[in-house]
Design a binder for this molecule. Structure first.
Ligand code: AMP
Ligand code: GLY
Length: 429
C-alpha cells in the first residue's frame, strides 16, 4: 500500500511512523513532510494548501490512500480535490471541515442535534457583541469564527475584560482570522480531555482518549500554544463508562447530524471536551487528528493504522473491529524553540540520536540536512515514551528529553514544560 501524508508536523510524523509498521508497512510519500517522514519515506516539496498539485501527485504516484493532517489543508479543499481525482482520502471535504473552520457553524450544528455544549450567542458587529455579552455576567469566552491558529479564543473570567477584547477586535479591526463573526459563550468549569474518532461517512470508531497541555509554561501558566505535551490514556479524568457516555451523547448525534445535512464525513472527528458537573460538554470540534494527542495515541495503537484509515476513507469501518490500544501509557513532551510561542526561531544542525529506553522523537516542521535536522522553529519535536503507567512513561519521556537536550550546543537550546503528565502520574492499579 502507498500512502500520501499531507502535513509537516510531529502529528504527521507519528502517523507516518505508525503507518510504516507491519502488517501494512506502507510506502510513505509526505507533502511537504519533515525530517522524520524523510527517514520513513519520500518527501515532496508541495505546500499543504496546494490542492490541485497534491491531487495530481496522488494520481501520478498511484497512491492507495491520502491522509490529511492539518486543518489548513482541509479548509483549502485538499480532500475535495483528492476525492474528485478518485483518491481514497482520510480527511473531510470542506463542507465537513466547517465543524472546525467555523465556530458559529459548529455551535449551530451542536444546537440542532442536541450535542451538549456551552450556552452561546453569535455576533457580527460590536453592537451585537456588546448586547450578547450582557447575557454573560459571570465572565465569557470569546471565539473568533474562522481559523486563527489557536489565537481566536479568549477566556475572560470577568465580563469587563471581555468588553475590552471586543473593542480591540471590532473597533481596532484585530479580529483573529480576519472575519467579522464571533461566538460568545458561557465559561465552563471542569477537566478537559480530547477524544478522537475515525469516521467513515456512516459510522465511527472511538480512539483512546488523551489530555493535552495548551499553555506555554509549567502549572498551565503563560500564553496558549499549539500544545506543549500530552498523555494517554486519560484515566485520571475518564473511565471506559465515561467514554461510552461520550460516544452516546456526542458522537451518535454528530453522526446523525452529518447524515441529515448530507455531509459525507470521512476522517477524524476530534472533540475537545470539558467534563462538567452536568456531564461532558463540547468546547470545540476539530476535523483532523489532534496535535500533540496523536503523538501519544499512535504508539499505543495495537491495530494496523493503514487498514483503519483505509476503512474510514472507503466507508468500510463496519468491517473493522473497534481499535485496540495497549494498556501501556504514553507521555509526550514537546521541545520548542526558546521564544515559542511569541516567535519561532529556526534551529539548525540538531542531531539524530537514539534516545534512552525506547523513547521516540517525532519531528515538527523541519528538513534533513547532512544527517542532522534543520528545524523551522516553534514546536521542534515531541519526545514520547511508553510505560506501564503514566508515572513510568513520564519518567522515560523526561529521560529522553534530558538526554537529548544535554547533547545540544548552546545556540540550539530548546525549552520544554517539566510537568507533562505529572497530575496523572499516580500508578493505576
Ligand atoms: P477552543 O479552541 O474552542 O477549544 O478553545 C481553546 C481553549 O479555550 C480550550 O481548550 C479551553 O481551555 C478554553 N475554552 C474554550 N471554551 C471554553 C468554555 N466555554 N469555558 C471554559 N474554557 C473554554
Ligand atoms: N491539541 C489540540 C488541537 O490539536 O487542536
Amino acid at each position: 500500500m502507498k500512502v500520501l501524508v499531507v502535513g509537516s508536523g510531529a502529528r504527521e510524523h507519528a502517523l507516518a511512523w505508525k503507518l510504516k509498521q507491519p502488517p501494512s508497512a506502507v510506502d510513505i510519500i509526505a507533502a511537504p513532510g519533515n525530517a522524520g517522514t524523510a527517514l520513513l519515506g519520500r518527501n515532496v516539496a508541495l505546500g499543504v494548501t496546494a490542492a490541485n498539485e497534491l491531487a495530481q501527485l496522488a494520481v501520478k504516484e498511484l497512491v492507495d490512500l491520502a491522509v490529511i493532517g492539518p486543518e489548513a489543508a482541509l479548509a483549502a479543499g485538499v480532500a475535495d480535490a483528492l476525492r474528485r481525482s478518485g483518491i481514497a482520502t482520510f480527511g473531510p471535504d470542506r463542507a465537513g471541515a466547517r465543524l472546525e473552520t467555523s465556530k458559529a457553524f459548529a455551535k449551530q450544528f451542536m444546537r440542532r442535534y442536541g450535542i451538549p455544549t456551552a450556552a452561546a450567542r453569535e455576533a457580527h458587529d460590536l453592537k451585537q457583541a456588546q448586547r450578547a455579552l450582557a447575557l454573560f455576567p459571570n465572565g465569557a469566552v470569546l471565539k473568533a469564527d474562522g481559523l486563527a491558529a489557536g489565537k481566536g479564543v479568549v477566556v475572560c473570567a470577568e465580563t469587563a475584560v471581555a468588553e475590552t477584547v471586543l473593542r480591540d477586535w471590532y473597533a481596532e479591526r484585530n479580529l483573529p482570522g480576519g472575519g467579522s463573526t464571533i461566538v460568545i459563550e458561557e465559561p465552563l468549569q471542569g477537566r478537559e480531555v480530547s477524544v478522537m474518532a475515525l469516521v467513515d461517512g456512516k459510522g465511527y470508531r472511538i480512539l483512546a482518549a488523551a489530555c493535552d497541555y495548551k499553555r506555554a509554561q509549567d502549572g498551565d501558566s503563560g500564553p496558549n500554544t499549539g500544545g506543549m505535551g500530552a498523555y494517554s490514556p486519560a484515566a485520571d479524568v475518564l473511565d471506559e463508562m465515561a467514554l461510552a457516555d461520550i460516544a452516546k451523547q456526542i458522537y451518535e448525534p454528530a453522526m446523525e447530524g452529518l447524515r441529515r445535512e448530507g455531509i459525507d464525513y470521512r476522517g477524524c472527528l476530534y472533540a475537545g471536551l470539558m467534563l462538567t458537573q452536568r456531564g461532558p460538554s463540547v468546547l470545540e470540534f476539530n476535523a483532523r487528528f489532534g496535535d500533540p494527542e496523536t503523538q501519544v495515541v499512535m504508539p499505543r495503537l495495537a491495530d494496523d493504522l493503514g487498514e483503519l484509515l483505509s476503512a474510514a476513507a472507503t466507508g468500510r469501518l463496519d468491517a473493522v473491529s473497534t481499535p485496540r490500544f495497549s494498556p501501556d501509557a504514553c507521555v509526550g513532551v514537546v521541545l520548542a524553540s526558546p521564544s515559542y510561542p511569541q516567535r519561532s526561531e529556526p534551529v539548525a544542525g540538531l542531531p539524530i540520536v537514539p534516545l534512552p529506553d525506547g523513547a521516540i522523537a517525532f519531528w515538527g516542521g523541519s528538513a534533513l540536512a547532512r544527517g542532522t535536522v534543520d528545524a523551522a522553529g516553534g514546536r521542534v519535536a515531541t519526545i514520547c515514551a511508553l510505560g506501564a503507567d503514566i508515572a513510568s512513561a513520564r519518567l522515560r519521556a523526561y529521560e529522553g528529553v534530558r538526554s537529548y537536550v544535554a547533547g545540544l550546543r548552546p545556540e540550539q537550546a530548546l525549552r520544554y514544560r517539566s510537568d507533562i503528565g505529572e497530575r496523572a502520574a499516580v500508578p493505576v492499579r
